[in-house]
Design a protein around this ligand. Structure first.
Ligand SMILES: Cc1ncc(COP(=O)(O)O)c(C=O)c1O
Length: 377
C-alpha cells in the first residue's frame, strides 16, 4: 500500500469485519437502520453510557453535543489549543467562541483544571476536555471544576475508544462526549463516530438534529408502514450508514484485545526510549487507567533538531507525524490573540511514532533503532 516499512498507523480489517459489511450490502438495507441500532446498543453496553448515537463523524457528534448544551452566540467554551481543529470548530458552528487554553505541561498536552480555570470568563458556558491519544488527562478534576462553576463538560474523546479511567469510559465523564471512527483511529472504519450522553434531553435533541429534525427515521417508517414524518427543528445530515455501522460493531468485539496489544507496544517504547538521551515519552497514564494509545507521542529535548530527527526516520522509511499544530496558530483562529507558550513548546518538540495493533516486534525494533541512530547523528 505504501513505501513505508513502518507506517504511522494501519487499518487492517479482519475477514469477520469484511463479512459483516458484505452481509449488509446483501441485505438490501444500506442507510441508517438495524445495524446502526446494533452498534449503538453494543456501544452503550460496553461504555455504560445511557444513550449512544452513531453519527457520520466525531466532529458531527461534538457539534450535536455543543448545540445540545445550549451554546450559541455570545457564549464561550474553553478548548485546549493542542487538539485537532474539530474541537474548536464544533464550538464555532454554534456561534459560540472557542477560548484557547494552555496545556498542563510540555509532557502533558491536555487541559489541567488550573489552565482551564484561568480561561474561564463570565461568558463561559462549557469546557471541552480533549483526550490526547486516549489519555484521561485531568478529566476528574475538570469535572469537579465544571460542576463547581455550573459549566457543561463536553469530552472530545475522538481518541478514546476503549479508554477507561477506573470504571468510567472516556466520553462519559461530562454532559456528553464523542468518539471518532475515522480511519487512523484505533477503532477506524473509514468515517464515523458515536455521541455518548446520560442526559435524556440532550440525547433527544441530538437524535432529531442528526437527521434534519425529522421526527421518524426511514427505518422506523419502513417498519411501521407509514410515509409520514414531521420536521420540528433545523437539523443536519449527520447520519452514519449501516455498512460502516456493521464494521464498527465487528471491530468493537476486538477493541479490548487491540488496545491491549497497543498498550504492550507503548510499554516497550516507554522502556526503550526512556533510556535514551534527547527524547522522553509523555507522562504515563495512572495505574487506574486503561488507554487506547490512539497516538504515541514523544518529546524531544530542547536543542534536538526535530526536522532532522524526522528526516532521519523517513530515510529509514519510518513514518512519523506531529499531533498537533496549536489551533490558536491557525489563520482561522489567529484573532484569538492568546499567548500559550507551553502549547507552542510542545508543538515544536513533539513527534508521533508508529502505533497500530498489528505492529510486529521486528517493526518496533526497527523504529527504536532508527531513533537511536537519529539521536546520535
Ligand atoms: C482530537 C480530535 N478531535 C476530533 C477529531 C475529529 O474526528 P472526525 O474525523 O471523526 O470528525 C479528531 C480527528 O482527527 C481528533 O484528533
Amino acid at each position: 500500500m505504501s513505501d513505508w516499512q513502518v507506517p504511522l498507523s494501519a487499518v487492517r480489517l479482519t475477514e469477520a469485519d469484511i463479512e459483516a459489511a458484505v452481509d449488509v450490502y446483501r441485505s438490501g438495507w444500506l442507510s441508517m437502520g438495524p445495524r446502526t441500532q446494533d452498534l449503538e446498543s453494543a456501544f452503550a453496553a460496553y461504555t455504560g453510557s445511557g444513550h449512544v448515537l452513531a453519527v457520520s463523524s466525531c466532529t458531527a457528534g461534538l457539534h450535536l453535543a455543543m448545540s445540545g448544551a445550549g451554546l450559541g452566540p455570545g457564549d464561550e467554551a474553553v478548548v485546549p489549543s493542542i487538539t485537532f481543529v474539530a474541537s474548536a470548530n464544533a464550538v464555532a458552528y454554534t456561534g459560540a467562541r472557542p477560548v484557547f487554553a494552555e496545556i498542563a505541561a510540555v509532557d502533558r498536552p491536555w487541559l489541567s483544571a488550573e489552565t482551564a480555570e484561568r480561561a474561564i470568563t463570565p461568558d463561559t458556558k462549557a469546557i471541552v476536555a480533549v483526550s490526547y491519544g486516549g489519555h484521561p488527562g485531568e478529566i476528574e478534576e475538570l469535572r469537579r471544576l465544571a460542576d463547581e462553576r455550573g459549566l457543561a463538560l463536553i469530552e472530545d474523546a475522538a481518541h478514546g475508544a476503549g479508554s477507561w479511567l477506573g470504571d468510567g469510559h472516556l466520553g462519559t465523564f461530562g454532559l456528553a462526549g464523542a468518539i471518532s471512527f475515522s480511519a487512523g483511529k484505533n477503532l477506524g472504519i473509514g468515517e464515523g463516530g458515536v455521541l455518548l450522553t446520560d442526559d435524556d434531553e440532550l440525547a433527544e435533541h441530538a437524535r432529531l438534529m442528526r437527521w434534519h429534525g425529522v421526527t421518524r427515521s426511514t427505518w422506523e417508517r419502513h417498519r411501521g408502514g407509514t410515509e409520514t414524518y414531521g420536521v420540528s427543528k433545523l437539523g443536519f445530515n449527520y447520519r452514519i450508514d449501516d455498512p460502516r455501522a456493521a464494521i464498527g460493531r465487528s471491530r468493537l468485539r476486538r477493541l479490548d484485545e487491540d488496545n491491549h496489544r497497543r498498550a504492550a507496544i507503548a510499554s516497550v517504547y516507554r522502556e526503550e526510549l526512556g533510556e535514551l538521551d534527547g527524547i522522553s515519552p509523555l507522562a504515563a497514564p495512572p495505574d487506574s487507567a486503561r488507554v487506547s494509545n490512539s497516538i504515541f507521542a514523544v518529546i524531544l529535548d530542547e536543542g534536538v533538531d526535530r526536522d532532522a530527527f524526522r528526516d532521519s526516520l523517513t530515510q529509514s522509511r519510518i513514518q512519523t507525524s506531529v499531533h498537533f499544530t496549536p489551533v490558536h496558530r491557525f489563520e482561522l483562529y489567529a484573532d484569538s490573540g492568546v499567548e500559550l507558550p507551553v502549547a507552542d513548546a510542545f508543538a515544536a518538540r513533539t513527534v508521533s511514532l508508529p502505533m497500530f495493533a498489528e505492529m510486529e516486534e521486528g517493526q518496533q525494533a526497527q523504529v527504536i533503532e532508527a531513533i537511536r541512530n537519529a539521536l546520535v547523528s
